[in-house]
Design a protein around this ligand. Structure first.
Ligand code: ADP
Ligand code: ZN
Length: 242
């Protein structure tokens, strides 16, 4: 049941170019899918793009796999080129949801530059404390067949995907040592993005320690508030790109 009436309003009020920030395991992927579906916009997940490249064994995939499995970040210039190309496709005209990009200040500066003349960014940080993340990532499984993510409870023996019956596996970068490294890299490289964006009128943080539905509602409300407050043409990005 799609809220058709609401969708029409969205279109007349211009595109929503949503950037989801947040640590690994914050639930960005889940929220990105929901939000993109509701607004009829593409979800652009750099993690998904890289995992797809790994699956299809392209040069990018071979390069990225080593870095991803070690918990590191793929090269800025490479990621920027991928996103720059993706944002030239026609389907982003009605907006987009970016999940997993930017992850460094260099990527954020490049995104501002890419967006010049293309509309404003709306940035929402999904905040979750560190200790909760370690537990969440330990429980995360993905379907080896369709990629559907799910969470298993402690001691739960479920090993089949609810959607397709495929086998649930631990993502190769969700092992304990890699998770610790990813959280360290997040704190060092990605968390500074909260400061980078937080002075903009188009930035909000939402509490990520709630049910996925409650986070989704908080996200939708934050985006609505920002759209209501934003004066036409003012993205609040001035002075940060230079
Ligand atoms: P998470 O579940 O931590 O949010 P993602 O699925 O978004 O992870 O990404 C998985 C891995 O892909 C990251 O740990 C990183 O190695 C790589 N990656 C994804 N997006 C980027 C990016 N924008 N810059 C550099 N590396 C990235
Ligand atoms: Zn499946």
């Amino acid at each position: 049941m799609r809220p058709v009436k609401q969708m029409t309003t969205e279109v007349t009020r211009g595109p929503i170019n949503l950037v989801l920030l947040g640590p690994p395991g914050a639930g960005k992927g889940t929220q990105a899918v929901e939000f993109a579906q509701r607004h009829g916009t593409p979800k652009i997940s750099t993690g998904d793009i890289l995992r797809e490249a790994v699956r299809s064994e392209t040069d990018l995939g071979r390069l990225a796999k080593v870095t991803m499995d070690a918990g590191g970040l793929v090269d800025d210039q490479l990621m920027i080129a991928i996103v720059r190309e993706r944002l030239t496709r026609g389907d982003v005209e009605r907006g987009f949801v970016l999940d997993g990009f930017p992850r460094t200040v260099a990527q954020a500066i490049a995104l501002d530059e890419i967006m010049t003349g293309q509309g404003c960014l709306t940035v929402v940080d999904i905040a979750v404390p560190d200790d909760a993340l370690v537990e969440r990532l330990a429980r995360r499984r993905v379907c080896g067949q369709c990629g559907n993510p799910t969470s298993v409870a402690a001691g739960e023996a479920r090993d089949r995907c609810e959607k397709c019956g495929g086998e649930l596996v631990l993502r190769s970068d969700d092992t304990e040592s890699t998770v610790r490294e990813r959280l360290r890299v997040y704190a060092e490289a990605t968390k500074p993005l909260v400061d980078f964006y937080s002075s903009r009128p188009t930035f909000r943080a939402v509490d990520g320690q709630q049910s996925p539905a409650a986070v989704g509602a908080a996200l939708a409300q934050a985006v609505e508030e920002m759209r209501a407050a934003r004066s036409a043409g003012d993205c609040g990005a001035e002075g940060t790109a230079g």
